[in-house]
Ligand binder design. Structure first.
Ligand code: HEC
Ligand code: HEC
Ligand code: HEC
Ligand code: HEC
Length: 528
């Protein structure tokens, strides 16, 4: 080999090394984001208005419409998350059969689906059975707060109604005149339309920044590339009247972002008693065990922030909005979806340039498989804990002297067990965003449920023990079907020992289909 060639080769090798590193730096540490003078109205809500000025971001955003590709555990088909019986598109092999059991008495028991792309947000929301489409008065029996994470039209509603907005009925805003599908999560959800700077429109995130003394304009670029997602991909709850504006959404982060912190936080923030003292917060009371419960909602950000990537300063956008090269320019893919859908795993290899796609994919699957199997075990154990409480509540044999004290502690352990399980269940990466924390949470869930089972047995002097022995799938079969319509059918409810305990709903025709009101009141719907 001649000398000159070697020199070039070394130089090239060095150069490639530099390129690989710069590639990584590009992903995380450029200080300034590009800004523009768009000439687009600052109140623009529809993505289409941005198409001409930003064709590649717009085109990639429209890929969020894709709704046919599944990955091993996730992906974009909106299948029922409890259904492992039917094949896709309704059911999926890695489903969680006990979801309806665990949410008995709460609207989540009617329908809960795998999420898909942002462009579907309004459509999927107005079609979900959690909103009441059958009530005689046309109300949805949910607070308007739910709209917060579906459309940037929120900004106008808050400007118009202030804090009176949240506790209005969700269906007051359900019509096509109020909000169009084009106004589902759109450019103005994350960008100031005039400059394209990232901004938080979400009220609960703004509240949190204020409460924790942070100024958005002073945050680093990378923090913003994560926090725009944390407007919605987080745990939240709605304030009780008397603790603040009724039904205003709040991020419960004051004690920390882990399940321990949330469990502590929700020991207060509930309804006030006669003396003005705050009781524990509850989203609902479980219809079978009568335990006041907490529902976790997709704590993706909280899970991620102290995981291997979050702690290292990687942002959500690094993996879910990978850079594309277009005419020599770097643009962010706005197809915010699973990075595993890409055969080449390009999002990951922006940083892990030395690893193959197969290797990286196998690491994700390794974490997910371990997490998912423990998730299902914790889930079954929560079901058993509710069943133990149900049996002990109804037990007529000899009770322990301290029955009430034991049962109080047992109920607390059911609530705790399910909260820790749901932190992992409702989170969207099946462990990947933070493997250690998620397995730790599942262990605590399992332990707490076991404590509940032990205590309920002690309270009944082990009288219920024979009824708890054996396979939980036999004792309490998964409830695979349940809907608002089925709850009007008494014969259906009588078929399972748990659905039996639900109130029968009065028979009523469907009043809403998506955004259309079907009954004679349709023309009397309020107009903005
Ligand atoms: C290091 C890369 C990485 C980072 C950083 C990251 N994620 Fe993920 N995310 C993943 C992987 C991998 C999955 C699993 C996808 C699958 O199983 O198909 C995932 C799954 C998801 C899903 C579910 C996708 C689906 O198909 O339903 C959501 C939602 C999500 N992440 C949101 C976020 C948010 C919000 C953040 C920041 C707070 C974030 N992610 C940070 C890699 C990442
Ligand atoms: C305004 C609220 C909101 C914001 C902000 C938001 N999301 Fe989402 N995201 C949602 C909702 C709602 C869905 C589910 C939509 C559906 O299923 O109809 C979703 C779905 C997703 C999915 C699943 C897509 C699929 O194909 O399965 C991913 C991944 C995701 N979001 C990532 C992100 C990332 C990354 C960010 C920040 C860059 C972000 N989201 C910001 C509300 C939001
Ligand atoms: C869920 C949040 C979210 C939505 C919705 C969103 N963007 Fe972005 N956008 C981002 C993030 C995060 C970045 C990266 C900013 C950075 O790197 O500082 C970005 C970057 C950009 C940039 C800067 C150049 C680039 O590609 O990095 C442009 C232009 C842009 N987006 C246009 C749009 C348009 C047009 C739409 C609507 C079709 C849109 N965005 C919707 C979050 C979003
Ligand atoms: C912006 C850069 C960046 C991107 C993009 C990125 N990673 Fe990482 N990854 C890191 C850093 C930094 C660490 C932590 C290394 C350390 O602490 O030594 C890490 C650690 C890991 C680890 C070891 C820790 C663990 O969780 O077991 C795995 C596996 C991993 N990444 C996989 C992925 C996958 C899969 C993707 C794409 C979905 C991805 N990474 C995307 C930077 C990145």
């Amino acid at each position: 080999m001649n000398k000159r060639f070697v020199a070039v080769a070394v130089l090239l090798a060095g150069f490639t090394g530099v390129v690989a590193l710069t590639g990584c730096n590009d992903v995380s540490t450029d200080l300034k984001a590009p800004t523009y003078a768009t000439g687009i109205d600052k109140n623009e809500l529809s993505s289409k208005a941005f198409m001409q000025k930003f064709p590649s971001q717009y085109a990639s955003y429209m890929k969020n419409n894709e709704s046919e590709v599944m990955t091993e555990y996730k992906g974009s088909i909106a299948y029922h998350k409890n259904d492992n019986v039917n094949s896709l598109p309704n059911g999926f092999k890695n489903a969680q059969p006990y979801l309806k059991n665990l949410w008995m008495g709460y609207p989540f028991m009617y329908e809960y689906n795998e999420p898909r792309g942002h462009t579907h947000a309004v459509e999927d929301f107005v079609n979900i059975d959690r909103l009441d489409a059958f009530s005689a008065d046309g109300k949805g029996h949910m607070p308007a707060t739910c709209w917060n994470c579906k459309t940037p039209r929120m900004m106008q509603w808050i400007a118009k109604y202030g804090d009176d907005f949240w506790s209005k009925d969700v269906n007051e805003f359900r019509s096509k005149e109020m909000v169009t599908q084009e106004e589902a999560i759109s450019c103005s959800t994350c960008h100031d339309p005039a400059t394209m700077e990232l901004r938080p429109y979400s009220e609960p995130l703004q509240d949190w920044l204020k409460r924790s003394g942070q100024d958005w304009t002073k945050l680093s670029r990378n923090e913003k590339r994560t926090l725009v997602c944390a407007q919605c991909h987080v745990e939240y709850y709605f304030t009780e009247k008397g603790n603040g504006p009724n039904k205003r959404p709040v991020f419960p982060w004051d004690l920390g972002k882990n399940p321990d912190a949330f469990y502590e936080y929700y020991k207060t923030h509930g309804k006030k008693d006669a003396s003005g003292k705050e009781g524990p917060f509850a989203d609902w009371v479980h219809a079978v065990s009568k335990v006041p419960m907490i529902k976790m909602q997709h704590p993706d950000y909280e899970t991620f922030q102290d995981g291997p990537h979050g702690a290292a300063g990687v942002s959500c956008a690094d993996c879910h909005m990978q850079y594309m090269r277009e005419d020599g320019k770097k643009v962010s893919s706005h197809w915010m979806t699973s990075p595993l859908k890409d055969k080449e795993m390009r999002a990951c290899r922006q940083c892990h340039a030395d690893k193959t796609a197969e290797y990286l994919r196998s690491r994700v699957h390794y974490i997910q498989e371990k997490t998912f199997s423990k998730l299902l075990e914790a889930e079954r154990h929560s079901v058993k804990a509710h069943e133990a409480i149900r049996l002990a509540n109804a037990y007529t044999g000899e009770r322990a002297q301290n029955y009430d004290t034991l049962m109080q502690e047992a109920r607390e352990m059911v609530r705790k067990g399910q909260l820790y399980w749901d932190y992992v269940s409702a989170e969207n990466s099946i462990g990947f965003h933070n493997p250690t924390k998620q397995l730790n949470a599942l262990m605590t869930s399992y332990e707490s449920s076991q404590k509940a089972i032990d205590l309920a047995q002690q309270a009944t002097m082990f009288g219920i023990s024979p009824m708890l022995a054996g396979n939980i799938e036999k004792l309490v079969p998964p409830i695979l079907e349940m809907s608002r319509e089925l709850q009007q059918d008494e014969a259906f409810l009588m078929r399972h020992p748990w659905t039996k305990m639900l109130p029968v709903m009065p028979k009523h025709e469907r009043v809403w289909k998506g955004q259309d009101r079907l009954d004679k009141m349709a023309n009397a719907a309020p107009k903005m």
